[in-house]
Design a protein around this ligand. Structure first.
Ligand code: ADE
Length: 255
């Protein structure tokens, strides 16, 4: 997958993207991430990227020209098409604006984005971006939660992280992402590692028993139990087996 990120603050990304799994994913070529400074696409002497809004009101608004110019330069073609114009001439990648007004990001959206060969993320800043970017350039808008950040950079990093770890070969064990919290529609249950006893707290015997079938059943029940206690609304949409339902009925009955 190739990801382009348009931002006024490219330096914000380097520490996060160049460590651990994201670093290895890039080194192995499973993902390439290019950062582009929107300011480089201004054409005026002062490199202005934002101005006060028409009609007054507080805050600054990101101007449309440098954002359009950046996207066109990055994609290598003039862009005259968008989701509103069905006569799309160039098959362009998802052009995603990070904004608190976007659709809410979750594991399902991450899985959907992981199917794309190319993503282009635009980080909003200040009071927002000129509406023409929304209407005529972007194909998708994503929010990482119902709170307002100072810009879309952290949100873009969240999206890049959650999507990259889903790409084939990025996580050590093939399929490791399949049992993650949320990937199964449930929260994951507890995990333990050595030592067996730490400050008098001992790892459950079953996990050291080698009975793989029973361990899997225990894990499933722990996931159900944890989801029931912490995020019961997830149980309404999680795929559940008859056995799961019986276990939840026992929980509900207080057994
Ligand atoms: N920019 C500011 N707040 C944001 C949010 N919650 N999600 C995505 N982008 C943002």
């Amino acid at each position: 997958m190739h990801i382009d990120i348009l931002t006024l603050f490219p330096e914000m990304f380097s520490a996060y993207l160049n460590e651990s799994i994201l670093k290895r994913a890039q080194e192995s070529g499973r993902v390439t991430i290019h950062l582009h400074n929107i300011r480089d696409y201004t054409t005026d002497r002062h490199h202005i990227t934002d101005l006060p809004p028409f009609g007054g009101g507080g805050g600054m608004i990101l101007k449309p020209e440098p954002i359009f110019a950046a996207v066109e330069a990055v994609l290598g073609e003039p862009l005259v098409v968008n989701r509103l114009h069905s006569s799309s001439l160039i098959p362009h990648p998802s052009i995603i604006l990070l904004t608190p007004q976007g659709r809410l990001f979750n594991q399902k959206v991450a899985e959907e984005l992981a199917q794309h060969e190319r993503l282009l993320l635009i980080c909003g800043r200040y009071e927002g971006v000129d509406e023409r970017v929304r209407e005529h350039l972007v194909t998708d808008e994503i929010s990482i939660g119902d709170y307002v950040l100072t810009g879309g950079e952290l949100a873009a990093m969240v999206v890049v992280d959650a999507v990259t770890r889903l790409l084939p070969g990025v996580l050590g064990a093939e399929g490791a992402a399949a049992t993650d919290s949320h990937a199964t529609g449930l929260l994951e249950g507890p995990h333990y590692t050595r030592p067996e006893t730490f400050r008098g707290w001992t790892v459950p015997d079953l996990l050291r028993s080698g009975h793989q079938g029973q361990i899997e059943q225990w894990r499933r029940q722990q996931a159900l139990r944890r989801t029931w206690h912490r995020r019961p609304e997830l149980l309404l949409t999680a795929p559940l087996t008859e056995e799961d339902k019986r276990f939840l009925a026992q929980l509900a009955a207080g057994e």
